[in-house]
Design a protein around this ligand. Sequence first.
Ligand SMILES: Nc1ncnc2c1ncn2[C@@H]1O[C@H](COP(=O)(O)OP(=O)(O)O)[C@@H](O)[C@H]1O
Ligand SMILES: [Mg+2]
Length: 289
Amino acid sequence: MSTRASLRPAASRPASRPAGDRRPAAGGRPWPVLELDAVTKNYPSRPPVTALRGVSFAVAPGELLAIVGPSGSGKSTLLHLMGTLDRPSTGTVRVTGLDVAALSDRELSALRADSIGFVFQQFFLAEHATALDNVADGLLYAGVALAERRYRAAEALGWVGLGQKLAARPTQLSGGERQRVAIARALAGRPAIVLADEPTGSLDSATGSALLDLLEELNTEGATIIVITHDHAIAARMPRQIQMLDGRIVTDTTRTQAGPPTSSVPARTADPDSAGHDGQPSSRAEHRP
Ligand SMILES: Nc1ncnc2c1ncn2[C@@H]1O[C@H](COP(=O)(O)OP(=O)(O)O)[C@@H](O)[C@H]1O
Ligand SMILES: [Mg+2]
């Protein structure tokens, strides 16, 4: 693929910088595309549920990471907050430096359309529309004109290896191909962040593995990708893993280029001696500006 530059979101985005924007000036380290600080989420159900209990992490541009944890650990809640589909009860969520709490619903929709691409387990493709239109329609809310939408959609389908299947409808595609269409749709707007929720959950293991290869390839070409999964084997393939349990991060581990994980951020309550096996300092600091 010759998409290396095009998969990186425009550096100038977003255009406006509201008050409270803490992004460092150009020339410094890259600011996080996503930053959560002491985030909690309570559901006012009966009985009330605390789904997140003080979650903090930052994601730098160009990262590929997994958020892994068992059912009920808070992954979906976290996905909704990262995707600006919901707001935290307390704490701060920043997407491309913008504090989600400071934005109106309308501004939030614009931020979402501009900066976040979603990939879901169930693909969510329109069955009667072609692959090209499924991807092009994903750009509607970004305010892109039709000809440009189609051009970008064809380009994105090329990125995922479906350049020959623009006119195919989902019913004519395999499960793996359908998920590639969904990935193309997520990427077409060149979002700052791609959020993939159990992206291989509906695929057999060989197809799922090929899909993870594709995500890795797209990441090396510039896409920032967060994979939410309950599957530790999937998470183990990612350069960084954040493990959730009971609404908390229990470890945040970054692997160096070659070899096994070298550093790990234990939960605040964990025994400090159980940090990285070589006593390395916290990797989390490296993700902060
Ligand atoms: N809308 C909701 N109302 C009440 N409780 C919820 C709601 N959504 C999730 N929960 C609860 O919050 C906790 C975390 O759920 P969730 O974020 O879906 O975890 P996961 O995706 O890891 O399975 C669970 O106890 C779940 O029952
Ligand atoms: Mg879930």
